[in-house]
Design a binder for this molecule. Structure first.
Ligand code: AHR
Length: 309
């Protein structure tokens, strides 16, 4: 693939650009749009030829895209798996074709770790824990008695939904008054987040003290539902979410969202760097974890101008 140059500076043999096949989850959220832009921009900057496929949140489309990348003999395949399970066969095919696979953003649960070279992305369990820690702290200044939480989960079977749920549950277990009374998937979209929150409000209405949404988009949809129900998001119902997109900062500045746990979509530059290293035969770490923080509403106005997504 690369390197007819034999490392000789000024060689007559120009290096062929690296060809990267990337299968994206879809365009379900503000986060995902920023992630796609980051990958496309970084490819351009790095001189990488990018073959980009949008799977519209369907695993079967991702499998098809990966098979087509194998047939096209790309140098590297990268993808953000919509769900965790069911990848062994197609990743085995890539391995048999000697095409390295890089996971970005979301993990797979394959037992055979040799099916991919590395996984670049956030620690979703830790994100869930951070959301939980914020609530645990906040609960100390809330009225005595049970605190009823409703949870909007991400896409069923996806790594961020599974991990953000478990990390949050692990931390809030320290306070027996923190009770998750409902938990349902809103598929990481605004429309579904709103729809499911409407259903929660219909059955539990004023009982709800806290909403924990696995991403900002669902929180933003749910905020609309809360307002339409005549309640004040951020006050009557505390709202916690994950990502840290600009929309979340705007909601915080409007007093409607209490905190967002950062999850960075800006994985493009790292992906291009690692793809080049892998094709050059260098060893890369098996796990590359993104560094992130937490933004409570109190810092939103100050941080907003620094936000890149
Ligand atoms: O996998 C990352 C998650 O996917 C983001 O938190 C969410 O917004 C996106 O859809």
């Amino acid at each position: 693939c690369m390197g007819l140059g034999f490392g000789i500076a000024g060689s007559a043999y120009a290096e062929k650009p690296l060809v990267l096949g990337f299968s994206q989850v879809g365009a379900e959220s503000e986060w995902r749009t920023a992630n796609t832009a980051s990958i496309k921009d970084a490819a351009k900057q790095a001189g990488v030829t990018l073959k980009f496929a949008d799977a519209q949140q369907k695993q079967e489309n991702q499998v098809k895209a990966i098979r087509s990348f194998i047939a096209q003999k790309v140098d590297v395949i990268a993808f953000s798996p919509v769900v965790e399970s069911g990848w062994d066969t197609v990743l085995g095919e890539a391995k048999a074709a000697k095409i390295p696979v890089i996971l970005t953003d979301r993990a797979v649960d394959a037992k055979d770790k040799s099916l991919y070279v590395t996984f670049i992305g956030s620690d979703f369990v830790e994100e869930g824990r951070r959301a939980g820690r914020w609530l645990l702290e906040r609960a100390k200044s809330m009225p005595a008695g049970d605190i009823n939480i409703v949870e909007l989960q991400g896409t069923v079977g996806s790594a961020p939904a599974i991990d953000r749920k478990s990390g949050f549950a692990e931390i809030i277990a320290a306070n027996p008054h923190l009770k998750i009374i409902r938990s349902q998937s809103g598929d990481f979209t605004r429309a579904k987040g709103k729809e499911v929150m409407e259903a929660f409000l219909k059955t539990d209405g004023k009982k709800i003290n806290v909403l924990y949404a696995h991403n900002d988009d669902m929180a933003i949809g749910a905020i609309q539902a809360i307002e339409e129900a005549g309640l004040k998001p951020g006050k009557d119902i505390l709202v916690i979410s994950v990502d840290g997109v600009k929309g979340a900062f705007e909601a915080m500045m409007a007093g409607k969202l209490n905190v967002t746990v950062e999850c960075s979509p800006l994985l493009g530059p790292q992906l291009m760097k690692v793809a080049k290293q892998v094709v050059a035969g260098e060893t890369v770490p098996k796990r590359i974890t993104t560094e992130e923080s937490v933004f409570p509403a109190e810092v939103a106005a100050k941080e907003f101008p620094n936000r890149k997504y």
